[in-house]
Design a protein around this ligand. Structure first.
Ligand code: SER
Length: 588
C-alpha cells in the first residue's frame, strides 16, 4: 500500500508540538570543509547543538538531503542507498528524554498506526562517561513497551556518532520494527535482522573535544533521525526499498527503457536508480559540483560512470537519452520538496550528458584493454599499474575495474591503486597550487601579506592565550584578514592589545620566512601547526617564520616579516561555542 505525504505528516506532527520546520541544507555542506557531504540531518545544525542560538528557536524539524558514499559498493542490495532523506526533530536545550520518547511513540503508533507489539527499543547501558539510561527505559516501560523488548546495549550500539569522532555526541535510544510475517518474538534480538532500526533519538549532551575529553554542552539537546526510505518501506510492507513508492516508478522506467524485467536484473536496476538519483541531487546543489577527479566531483563522476556501466549491462543504448528520461522523472518527483532540482534542471541534464559522452568515448577501448590485461594476469591478481592505467587513460573508476575483475574471479591490488591514486592527486593539487600562487603573486600582494600575518597571529595567540589555541578557519581579502580559532573565552582588551603588540614586534624583528619540505610525521612531531592533518600528503611544506612560527601550509608568503605593515585588531567575536573570530587590518 502506497504511503502518501509522509514528510508532511512528520512535519505537521512536530509542528503540533511547537516545532518550526527548517529548510533542508544543501547536500554539499556550506562552511565545513571537513566533510564532502552532509551525512546526517544534524550536521548542518552543529553550531546550534554547540550552543549558538538558532534563528527559528529551540524546537526544529525538517527533512534533510543526505549522502553517504563510503559503502558505495554495497548499493545493489535491498537497503543500501548513496543519497537518502532523513526526517529529523531537534530540541536545542528545550525538551529532553520524556517528551522526545513520548512523541516518537505517539507518531509511530497513532499517526503511522504501527502496532505496539511490532516495536522494540535499545537504550544505553552506561560507560565511564554516563551511567545506564534507566530514565529512557522507564519512559518506554510507561508507554507500554514490554520488558523483553527493551534492551540495554553498549557504546557500539547506543552512542552517536561513535566514541572516536569529535564534536557533539551522546547516548541514544533506537527504535526497531519487526518486519516479517513470522510470529513476533516475545524478546527483542538485535542480531535478528527481521528487526530493523527505524528511528534514532540521540540525547546529545556532550562535546567530544579534540584532546579526547568529553565536556557537557551548555545545553542538553535532542537529535533524532529517521531514514525516509526505510520508514516508507516499513509502512508499505515491502522488504526491498526499491519496491517502495520512493523508487518503484523509477524502476518501472528502467524496465521500460531496457525492455527487461526487474526480477532477474535487480542489482543493475537498483544501482542505476540509486546512482542517477544521487547524481541529480549532487549536480543540482548550489555548490555547482561538476564531475572531476577530486572530492565531490570524483564521487559524482563515479556515480554516473557506474550507472552507465550497469545500463550497458542491461543492453540499454547508451547513446539514447535514457539518462535524461530518468533524471527528468526524478526531478519531477522531488521538485515539490527540493525546488533547486527544477531550477537547475538544465545544469543537471548537461552534467549527465557530458559525462556520459566523455565516458562512452573511452569505455569501449578501456574494456578491450581490460580484456587484454586479464588474459595476461598472473596469480589471478591485476596489479596496481594496470588498474591505474585503466583509471588514468580510460577513466575507469577503481570500483568499475574491481567489479569487472571480480566477475572473472580476478582480484585487484586496490591498496596499491589507492596509493598511486593519492600520489597522482597530490601532483595535480600541487600543480593547481602553483597556478594559484602565480595568480596571487601577480595580482594579490596584499592577500599574500595578510596570509603571512595570519601565521603570526596564530603563533601570538598560542603564546599569549594558550597552547591549546588552534586555527579553525581563515578568510583573506585584499582589505582584511579574518581568523577563526579555538578559545574558551572572549579576549579581554588587554589580551587583544598584547596579541597585536606581539605580532607587530615580530614584524619589526624582520624574520625570514622560510619554506621547508618535510615528512608529514616529522612536521607534526616538530610541533608545526596544522588544521586538517589527514588532508595533507605524506610530504608537506612547512613555512617557518624565524623561530616564532611553523605551520603546514601551501603558501604563498612574503620573504621577510619586514614586508608587512603593522596590524590592528578591529574585531573579536564568537563564531560558535569555543570558537572566536578576529578581524584585523594593516594600518601603516
Ligand atoms: N544523528 C543521528 C543519526 O544520524 C540522529 O539523527 O542517526
Amino acid at each position: 500500500m502506497k504511503v502518501e505525504n509522509l514528510r508532511e505528516k512528520y512535519i505537521s506532527f512536530f509542528e503540533s508540538k511547537g516545532h518550526k520546520m527548517i529548510p533542508s541544507a544543501p547536500v554539499v555542506p556550506e562552511n565545513d570543509p571537513s566533510v564532502l557531504f552532509n551525512t546526517a540531518g544534524m550536521q548542518p545544525l552543529v553550531p546550534y547543538l554547540m550552543g549558538q542560538p538558532h534563528p527559528y528557536g529551540t524546537r526544529l524539524c525538517d527533512y534533510q538531503k543526505c549522502m553517504r558514499t563510503n559503502d558505495l559498493d554495497e548499493v545493489g542490495d535491498v537497503t543500501h542507498h548513496t543519497f537518502f532523506e532523513m526526517l529529523g526533530n531537534w530540541s536545542l536545550g528545550d525538551y529532553f528524554k520524556q517528551d522526545s520518547i513520548t512523541w516518537s511513540f505517539e507518531l509511530l503508533t497513532k499517526v503511522f498506526e504501527i502496532p505496539v507489539e511490532r516495536l522494540a527499543v535499545t537504550v544505553f547501558k552506561g560507560n565511564d562517561i554516563v551511567s545506564a539510561d534507566d530514565e529512557s527505559a522507564n519512559i518506554w516501560r510507561s508507554l507500554g513497551i514490554s520488558e523483553k523488548k527493551i534492551k540495554f546495549l553498549g557504546e557500539d550500539d547506543n552512542w552517536w556518532p561513535n566514541m572516536e569522532l569529535t564534536g557533539p555526541c551522546g547516548p541514544d535510544t533506537e527504535i526497531f520494527y519487526f518486519r516479517s510475517d513470522d510470529d513476533i518474538p516475545e524478546e527483542f534480538d538485535e542480531n535478528d535482522d527481521r528487526w530493523v532500526e527505524i528511528w534514532n533519538n540521540v540525547f546529545m549532551q556532550y562535546n567530544h573535544n579534540e584532546d579526547g575529553t568529553f565536556t557537557e554542552l551548555p545545553k542538553k539537546n535532542v537529535d533524532t533521525g529517521m531514514g525516509l526510505e526505510r520508514i516508507t518501506s516499513v509502512l508499505e510492507g515491502v522488504t526491498d526499498n526499491y519496491m517502495s513508492s520512493i523508487f518503484i516508478d523509477i524502476i518501472e522506467k528502467i524496465e521500460k527503457i531496457s525492455g527487461l524485467e526487474y526480477i532477474g536484473n535487480e542489482k543493475a536496476m537498483r544501482i542505476i536508480a540509486d546512482h542517477i538519483r544521487s547524481a541529480v541531487f549532487i549536480s543540482a546543489d548550489p555548490a555547482g559540483i561538476k564531475p572531476s577527479n577530486t572530492d565531490q566531483g570524483y564521487i559524482l563522476r563515479r556515480l554516473i560512470r557506474r550507472a552507465i556501466r550497469y545500463a550497458k549491462k542491461l543492453n540499454i543504448d547508451i547513446n539514447s537519452n535514457w539518462e535524461e528520461i530518468l533524471a527528468l522523472a526524478i526531478i519531477d518527483k522531488y521538485s515539490k520538496y527540493y525546488p533547486e532540482l527544477e531550477q537547475n534542471k538544465n545544469v543537471v541534464l548537461d552534467v549527465l550528458k557530458s559525462e556520459k559522452i566523455k565516458f562512452n568515448r573511452t569505455l569501449e577501448k578501456g574494456l578491450k584493454e581490460f580484456e587484454k590485461m586479464v588474459s595476461k594476469v598472473e596469480n589471478k591478481k591485476l596489479d596496481k599499474d594496470h588498474a591505474f592505467r585503466l583509471y588514468d587513460t580510460f577513466g575507469f573508476p577503481i570500483e568499475l575495474t574491481v567489479e569487472l575483475a571480480n566477475e572473472m574471479g580476478i582480484e585487484v591490488d586496490e591498496v596499491g591503486f589507492a596509493e598511486k591514486f593519492k600520489a597522482h592527486q597530490e601532483i595535480s593539487r600541487a600543480g593547481a597550487k602553483e597556478k594559484f600562487k602565480g595568480g596571487l603573486a601577480s595580482t594579490g600582494d596584499l592577500e599574500t601579506k595578510y596570509h603571512t600575518a595570519t601565521h603570526l597571529l596564530n603563533a601570538a595567540l598560542k603564546e599569549l592565550i594558550g597552547s591549546d589555541v588552534h586555527q579553525r578557519g581563515s578568510n583573506i581579502t585584499s582589505e582584511r584578514m579574518r581568523f577563526d580559532f579555538s578559545c574558551d573565552h572572549k579576549l579581554t582588551d588587554e589580551e587583544k592589545q598584547n596579541v597585536e603588540n606581539l605580532v607587530n614586534k615580530w614584524i619589526d624583528e624582520k624574520y625570514d620566512v622560510i619554506k621547508v619540505e618535510m615528512k608529514k610525521e616529522e612536521a607534526i612531531n616538530s610541533g608545526a601547526e596544522c588544521m586538517f592533518i589527514e588532508r595533507y600528503p605524506d610530504v608537506v611544506t612547512v613555512y617557518k617564520i624565524g623561530d616564532v612560527s611553523a605551520e603546514l601550509c601551501g603558501g604563498p608568503h612574503v620573504k621577510n616579516t619586514s614586508d608587512l605593515s603593522h596590524i590592528k585588531i578591529k574585531k573579536e567575536e564568537a563564531v560558535s561555542a569555543g570558537v572566536r573570530r578576529i578581524k584585523a587590518v594593516f594600518v601603516d
